[in-house]
Design a protein around this ligand. Structure first.
Ligand SMILES: [Mg+2]
Length: 256
């Protein structure tokens, strides 16, 4: 099978395993076949709003079985890096997935009036409002760091609408303060590195539907990648893209 030379298969979710709420035909069987062939799997998502348990529920409704330790979100990658750096406290624009990841990594989530805020962390947040953006900006102006779980410009909402994503919220704070935030999700490398570590290392294959995130990130790391055509990118997009996948496949079933 195409996946034979690889130890760890890092699978993107939306556009690869499902196009929410529809599963991609053959995806569940492909994941099962990869497992049977002894491949270690990581389910890798840029969305920081869901906890691993919530991601597993989503995968299950698409027929894909996953264990909590196989799920790697941009929230977990962010928490891992910040904990390694000794960050103690954070003001967060984000939802449950980000709040839980930071707390479990030993980082205190504090409110804007706290006297001790090391860093402002931005993720997708459907409850973000002017007060949160103002408070985050003031904290950065006072010297707190600025990071984001991911910088997706938009969130693909049901019905094909695009809603402001984490990147749009980050941009509001960057525009206000003139400070650029550091990003940990795709196409930046920390999320991929955390995913490979979770999958036990070895030789990775990144599988995704977006050239500018999944394939770009793999390219930066010098890792092989497979672009599936069940999501964002079309075959003709590859030629004009600065990021070239190792393989272009119709769908995730072609891996197995
Ligand atoms: Mg995707």
């Amino acid at each position: 099978m195409l996946a034979d030379p690889y130890d760890a298969i890092l699978l993107d979710l939306d556009g690869v395993l499902y196009r929410w709420p529809e599963p991609i035909p053959g995806a569940a069987d492909a994941v099962a076949a990869l497992r049977e062939a002894g491949k270690r799997i990581a389910f890798v998502t840029n969305n920081s709003s869901r906890t691993p348990v919530q991601v597993i529920e989503r995968l299950a409704s698409a027929g894909v079985e996953a264990k909590p330790e196989e799920v790697v979100t941009s929230a977990l990658a962010t928490a891992t890096v910040l904990a390694e750096r000794g960050i103690g406290s954070a003001f967060v624009i984000g939802e449950e997935g980000l709040l839980e990841a930071l707390t479990q990594a030993g980082i205190a989530v504090v409110n804007a009036s706290s006297h001790d805020v090391d860093i402002v962390v931005v993720g997708f947040d459907r409850g973000a409002d002017y007060t949160k953006l103002k408070d985050a900006s003031v904290l950065v102006e006072r010297g707190a760091g600025l990071v984001a779980s991911n910088a997706d410009a938009s969130f693909p909402a049901p019905g094909g609408e695009s809603w402001p994503g984490a990147g749009a919220l980050l941009a509001a704070i960057e525009t206000t303060t003139g400070t650029r935030g550091e990003v940990f999700g795709k196409p930046e490398t920390p999320l991929f590195e955390r995913a490979l570590a979770s999958a036990g290392g070895g030789r990775p294959l990144v599988v995704g539907d977006r050239l500018d995130t999944d394939i770009a990130g793999a390219s930066r790391l010098g890792w092989d990648s497979a672009l599936v055509l069940t999501g964002d990118a079309r075959r003709e997009d590859v030629e004009s893209s600065p990021w070239k996948p190792t393989f272009v496949i119709a769908d995730v079933a072609d891996l197995a």
